[in-house]
Design a protein around this ligand. Sequence first.
Ligand code: C2E
Ligand code: CA
Ligand code: CA
Length: 481
Amino acid sequence: MLDLTSAGSAPRLPGLLSPVLSWLHGLDAQEARALPSFDRRRLLLLRLGGALMLVNALPWGLFFWAHRLPLASAVDALVCLAALSVLGMARLRLLRVASLLLLLSCLLSVIVQALMADVPTPGLPRTLQLFLLPLAVLATFLLQNEGRGLRAGLPILILSAFALLVTTSTARFGFSPLMSDEQRHLGGIVNGVATSIMIFLCLRVMLNEARESSALERDFAHAVAAGELEVYLQPQCSSDGHIVGAEALMRWRHPQRGYISPAEFIPMAEQSGLIVPAGEFVLKQVCSALERWTGDPALEGIAVAVNVSAAQLFAATPAHQLSDLVPGSLGRSGRIKFELTESIFVNDFSAVRELMEGLRGQGIRISLDDFGTGFSSLSYLKKLPLDQLKIDQAFVRDLPEDERSGKIALTIVQLGKDLGFEVVAEGVEKAAQVEALLAMGCGIFQGFLYSRPVPLAEFERLAADVHAGRLSLMPRAAQVA
Ligand code: C2E
Ligand code: CA
Ligand code: CA
């Protein structure tokens, strides 16, 4: 059966429909794999919704213009513009803004069309408001991860507009029917069929999403239990090209889908609690690698950072306390770091501080990841036992051209240094970024410019080659600086 809603690459379809559906998906195979399934489905619905909005608003705008209703045709012109913006935003992957724009402009467009063109008569009720039903279903799907106000508020608003249009006749406000009852009767049939199809498609998308995420969770649980996860390491380099540290990153190769992006499985693992055993696996792998490296001149100076989410830090059972997994001698050597993000501070602040102090007491160093993107209250920096700040990729990406990114990065470097923290820049892809960051006083760099995250064994070979001088990770511009 034709499955418009399946995720991943565009579904295989007979002849003519295939190009249409590949356009709707708008993803190449690599991006389809990297994008979380919810985002892939949002993208599909946004492109479909944007295209339908355009196809619908254009003739209505012309219709209102022909009937000398400039206000209504101006509204439809705006809706056409909004539809083009939705398609453009979907292309730029601005999915959240595009979703809001799509929902609000569809709501406006249906209300205007229903009030002005579908004036009920004693013999024939209004039908255009039917489009608000699939719109409410769409809003429920697209806004499922928003705050409660938006998540519940917009679908309720749409359904209230539906109820109002069912019960209100605009004839008494002086609107006269623009179409004969015969034309409206035919329109009513089209509206009924079209909205039924739309509701069916939206429900299929929602059902497939629910099915896929529970299948993903089941497969991930199996992978964790079977020890099928992998740990990759990405080097962190000093300005002279030495590897001074590494970040451990979890990888999961799905038996059918291949490698799945952490952007997809980490949030699922956090929601389901599977991040606790999965994180334990990563930490154990890192600890045994660090123990193996002891005495190896190429490797023993390298500290490894492990990402730790709130669920891991606050693991309910003492058996799952992360800190207990780090052998005392390893902790004391200062070669292990926990990377926490600012989102951890939505929890009880004094509990977080206590936990962090406990870790510090064991010798585990603490790095604040993605600094500047979350709940950056400067008072946290003053009160928390931290060792390192990581400048988020968002502020590194547009260096050195973007003046604002430069100012923010400089502020973070200065702040970190003044407070006695190490500062690491991540997402470094260009030599010019290294030059700019070096000039600011940042001394440690992580990014594709130096190396992509690589499997443990490959990292060990890489570090040995760098140590023996067989390989240089120093970007050319940095050598000049
Ligand atoms: P993160 O902690 O911010 O990790 C850095 C991410 O940036 C990694 O993505 C890395 O591959 C990517 N990256 C490194 N250098 C560059 C670069 O030059 N350019 C670009 N564009 N990206 C770069 P990855 O591996 O996909 O991980 C995504 C996120 O998943 C991580 O973000 C982290 O929040 C989470 N994660 C990964 N492994 C673990 C884990 O073991 N435990 C937990 N709790 N979270 C993890
Ligand atoms: Ca990290
Ligand atoms: Ca980060």
